[in-house]
Design a protein around this ligand. Sequence first.
Ligand code: AVI
Length: 322
Amino acid sequence: MKSTPTTTKYETAFEEDVAKGLTSFPKYLLSKYIYDEKGDKLFQQIMNMPEYYLTNCELGILQQHTASIADSFNSEKGFDLIELGAGDGKKTKVLLKHLVAKNYDFNYLPVDISQHVLDELEEALKTEIPGVNIKTQQGTYFKTLEKLADYNSRKKVIMVLGSNIGNLLHEKAIDFLKNICEAMSEEDMLFMGFDQKKDPQIILDAYNDPHGITEAFNKNLLVRMNNELEADFNTDDFKHWETYNPETGTAASYLVSKKEQQVKIDKLGLDIHFDAWETIHTEISQKYDDNIVQWLAKEAGLEVIEEFSDSENCYKNYIFRR
Ligand code: AVI
């Protein structure tokens, strides 16, 4: 029997996901689409805001516990440090400086989808920490981890900073951890940052800053649809709204339509109706405690073997093994 190839009327995943999200009830958009060049810049600005405590908390943990972290990473034959989502490396540099100064035998393999980001990081490290043996890996996380499975046949330490896992619902977070677990051998380690439950006001302030940077970041989804999908969203007709549920630990971002309106997305042939005060759900930023982290790890086939935190338990970095 002849199989007919499945056809979709959409050219890209962005188009398909936008069409699906905005024709669903309630409406939603996927937060990964916030990050184009402008979205990346806005996120850099968010990380430098005093309200966005996550950056400084994790930086503090890396500064305060560098020696013990480095010690846990090390093995007889040295190790390879694979960082998923390297970014500008501000926090990682603290660790790299220590590893070089103390003569650890390691390679640094930052993984990113953007070659541009990797080139900039490599350039910066050449001048700032010339002793680092850097081997950039352009690609998606899991394809790269698969490719690196037999790399060097010594201990691999996989590092994910920034509580990026928090942008995934628990079910997806477990899949993410499972994928990492599958790429790990018994000796390997996962070092990952998890933002913790805390005073709800501190969390709301981090995602609802008075400078309007998080608002612009959230609204970048509308800007991208205008630029790439011939849409006619007026960003002023939507309000950035943040909620935090202290029971579940979930911070959620929305764009709320300030009035009844009709928005065209010409490239998708869609005309989207919004009632006054109708929402588009855009992002979750999950906050954790030890119980949730241990549950996620167990579901994924991992085990927490060590943890590092700041004095107020605002943020934690955990080490996992299979
Ligand atoms: C990338 N991620 C961990 C950030 C967060 O905290 O959820 C994205 C972000 N959204 C709003 N501010 C920052």
